[in-house]
Design a protein around this ligand. Structure first.
Ligand SMILES: Cc1ncc(COP(=O)(O)O)c(C=O)c1O
Length: 397
């Protein structure tokens, strides 16, 4: 062990860890190289972040070039090319017509920005978030998060006028009618909530409800966005046009970058100076994000996510028939959840897989499902390798 012992002395114990003492030196493509010299197949991609694979040469080259040119100036001080170019590229792929952007550093800040825009532009204070959702850990984001109630414990009172509702249209309508609601925020697959998929009829109904009452619909695509599901954004699978889309994780292949998109009409209501930040849209992060989008196009990663995702889903569903402890296999593209139903079993499977050099991480309130979210560059051969070890893990129980 190289770093963990030292880390324990210098870091707060607050951070949760999936694997206790796992530590790595470097990563490349779909593989993590641990400090004990082993090569691990990574089915977690840094929690759905490294879509282009670890250290993709084009991303590394773009970031390196930018490092030597301009690391930081702050957009409040001066404008720079990668910042503008990235937004122009995103404009072509977000599920919002005539979109404009706000860039930040993380998913939590993206959801924070979304609710600030919603409140500011509508002049209404209320936000409805749906039970089981995860929108981040900063105060506003945490106030909308309920995938684990433990995340909220010890932090009350949370931000006022954020209402948690069941994903039930009648309940949401009652809330909208009784409060001053600016927006409803939802994920389409619950990224930290067990990969439950929001039904299409519910999302279509929610869109109609929001339109009826002039309430904004915020879709949190922090985990599902940027080609993860075989479309640029999962909203496309639903035929959905949100009012605000949140993005982060996969946007810059591991560089910290988040953002929101909304129509130019809505953005026009956000006055200069009413939101901002020092690092948002950092030049190196933007250069990495531009390269990320280029790699996704050049290497046809949308198609690969669809194709390899369908193969992985089919094989996992076959396994489900053989191993009844698998309760469900669900998701889109390379965002696949395998519901096991209890944490002890999930933990045993993860530990077995790690010992056998495959990294698979959990999701869910009590960590009751496993998620398969490899780099979007993954090949059938690697999926077979992961499936083999996963099946051995099931057999070993
Ligand atoms: C759907 C969703 N929203 C928001 C967040 C928060 O993102 P971050 O951890 O970058 O703050 C996450 C992170 O897992 C997420 O999955």
């Amino acid at each position: 062990m190289k770093f963990n012992k030292r880390a324990k002395k210098v870091f707060s114990p607050v951070l949760g860890k999936y694997f206790g003492d796992f530590e790595i030196d470097k990563a490349k493509g779909c593989y993590l190289y641990s400090t004990d010299g082993k090569k691990h197949l990574d089915m977690s991609a840094g929690i759905a972040v490294c879509g282009t694979g670890h250290c993709h040469p084009q991303v590394v080259a773009a970031a390196t070039k930018q490092l030597n040119k301009l690391i930081h100036v702050c957009i409040g001080v001066a404008c720079y090319e990668p910042y503008v170019k990235l937004a122009e590229m995103l404009q072509k792929v977000v599920p919002i017509k005539n979109a404009q952007f706000f860039f930040c550093q993380s998913g939590s800040e993206a959801t924070e920005a979304a609710i600030k825009l919603a409140k500011y532009s509508t002049k209404k204070p209320g936000i409805i978030a749906l039970e089981g959702g995860f929108h981040g850990r900063t105060y506003g984001a945490l106030s909308m998060t309920s995938s684990k109630m433990k995340y909220r414990e010890g932090y009350e009172p949370l931000v006022p006028e954020i209402y948690l509702a069941k994903p039930d249209l009648a309940e949401i309508e009652t809330l909208i009618k009784s409060k001053q609601i600016a927006a409803v925020i939802t994920e389409l697959i619950l990224g930290e909530g067990g990969y439950a998929v929001r039904p299409k009829e519910f999302i279509t109904g929610l869109r109609k409800l929001c339109d009826k009452y002039n309430v904004l619909l915020i879709v949190d695509e922090v985990q599902s966005g940027i080609a993860r599901t075989g479309k640029w954004f999962l909203s496309e699978h639903y035929g959905l046009q949100p009012d605000i889309v949140c993005m982060a994780k996969g946007l810059a292949s591991g560089f910290p970058l988040g953002g929101i998109a909304a129509s130019a009409k809505l953005m026009a209501k956000w006055s200069p100076g009413s939101h901002g930040g020092t690092f948002g849209g950092n030049p190196v992060c933007c250069a990495a994000a531009i390269a990320t989008l280029e790699v996704i196009k050049k290497e046809k990663l949308l198609q690969n996510a669809t194709k390899t995702g369908a193969y992985l889903t089919t094989q996992l569903k076959k396994m489900q028939k053989k191993y009844p402890l698998i309760k469900d296999v669900r998701g889109f593209g390379l965002m696949i959840g395998v519901d096991i139903g209890d944490w002890d079993t999930v933990s045993k499977i993860m530990t077995y897989c790690l010992k056998n050099k495959v990294v698979i991480i959990p999701t869910g309130g009590g960590g009751t499902a496993l998620r398969f979210i490899p780099p979007l560059t993954i090949k059938k051969k690697e999926i077979d390798q992961a499936l083999k070890v996963f099946e051995q893990a099931l057999k070993s129980l």
